[in-house]
Design a binder for this molecule. Structure first.
Ligand SMILES: *Cc1c(COP(=O)(O)O)cnc(C)c1O
Length: 240
């Protein structure tokens, strides 16, 4: 059985887009200011295809091998249909030995947490491609096991990334701890927004706050998310 038989991805996307529109209005965000990244990790090609059919163009993946087969399959299909390319966003942990393929296959990386990875991605980004759009991942809740840089280290990493010709620094990303209520969820996202505002006040020109998932997108939109990364609310529950 295919995943799209059990769960109507087109319907879920329509419902989600309508919800994002209502939240933009409720929190005084301009209409269309929150972009939807469909997190298709672990989902089969046909699920991504169903989302494309429903108008979705940007997809998030966190596992290189799994992503590559989808990127290739969809590129072939889109070529036949004469559509412009989809955009692919890497959102997971990055090992050094994977940077070359990530630099070749993706348009965005949301999970820059180390200088070494940033330097490799920049060196390995082919010069005929546009610079790779990147966000620095911030460990906003200070969890010891979590990826991302501490808030106080963001500026120095941002300066390094800014100097790398193969990368285009767009902003910040975070995955805060699940919060018990709206007020504490908003507090974590506000910390990320404050960090972005600080950087911009210091002369950076950053336009992206990648924050909010299926369970906390309202709090994220309230605090200024420009990209929400949504998996479950589009594709249904993941089984691995
Ligand atoms: C899986 C994942 C998401 C999507 O999570 P959902 O709860 O399924 O919406 C968003 N961001 C990152 C970094 C993820 O790994």
């Amino acid at each position: 059985m295919q995943s799209s038989d059990k769960h109507d991805i087109g319907q879920a996307l329509a419902t989600l887009r309508a919800r994002i529109g209502r939240l933009e209005e409720r929190y005084d965000r301009p209409a269309g200011s929150v972009d939807l990244l469909a997190v298709s990790k672990t989902m089969p090609v046909d699920a991504v295809q169903a989302a494309v059919k429903a108008g979705q163009r940007a997809f998030g993946e966190n596992h290189l091998q799994d992503a590559r087969s989808k990127i290739e399959a969809l590129a072939a299909a889109e070529k036949i249909a004469g559509e412009p390319p989809l955009s692919w966003h890497f959102i997971g942990d990055i090992q050094s030995n994977k940077t070359r393929e990530i630099a070749a296959s993706f348009d965005w990386v949301h999970s820059i947490g180390r200088e070494k990875i940033a330097r490799r991605l920049s060196e390995q980004r082919a010069s005929e491609l546009a610079p790779l759009c990147v966000c620095i991942e911030v460990n906003i809740s200070g969890e010891p096991t979590k990826a991302g840089v501490a808030p106080k280290e963001v500026e120095s990493l941002a300066e390094i990334v800014l100097s790398l010709p193969g990368l285009r620094l767009r902003g910040l990303m975070a995955i805060p701890q699940p919060a018990p209520d709206m007020a504490s969820a908003r507090l974590a996202f506000r910390q990320l927004r404050d960090l972005l505002d600080d950087l911009n006040a210091k002369g950076f020109d950053l336009d992206t706050l990648s924050m909010g998932m299926s369970g906390d997108l309202e709090a994220a939109i309230a605090e200024g998310a420009t990209i929400v990364r949504i998996g479950t609310a589009i594709f249904g529950r993941r089984h691995r």
